[in-house]
Design a protein around this ligand. Structure first.
Ligand code: ZN
Ligand code: ZN
Length: 134
């Protein structure tokens, strides 16, 4: 399977080929604070599976070995590398795929750091768009 994706503004585009090793919804505080979102979905691949086809991501050193690649223009988070914990591996933010439903999410990880209300977020009232106006 070959998938394409990119950042919000389109300055950085990529392609990834093959099957992901896993697809995890990460609840760690590092992902949360970097994304400004309650969790981040990651698909894991061998490094060689990823090819940046347009532009160049900027790199943020989010921890001693953690490297978060993002678009320097629009800020979208794209890739994560950690040569210490995950040598030869790249994690790709699957919400940046052109077809984000192409790969099914499999697991939740780092739930020890999950925001408490995220545990039951799927039970909240749901609207196709917005709640009706009073
Ligand atoms: Zn961008
Ligand atoms: Zn995380």
């Amino acid at each position: 399977m070959k998938l394409a994706g990119g950042c919000h503004c389109g300055a950085v585009r990529y392609e990834v080929e093959g099957d992901p090793l896993t697809h995890a919804l990460c609840h760690c505080s590092d992902c949360r604070r970097h994304a400004g979102a309650p969790m981040v979905a990651w698909t894991m691949y061998p490094e060689a599976a990823l090819r940046v086809t347009k532009g160049e991501a900027r790199v943020y050193e989010s921890s001693q070995h953690g490297r978060r690649h993002f678009c320097g223009h629009c800020g979208t988070g794209l890739f994560y590398y950690n040569a210490n914990v995950l040598p030869g591996i790249v994690d790709i933010q699957s919400a940046t795929y052109d077809e984000p439903e192409a790969v099914q999410a499999r697991i939740h990880i780092q739930v020890a750091e999950r925001i408490i209300w995220m545990e039951r977020a799927h039970e909240l009232p749901q609207y196709q768009r917005y709640p009706p106006q009073e």
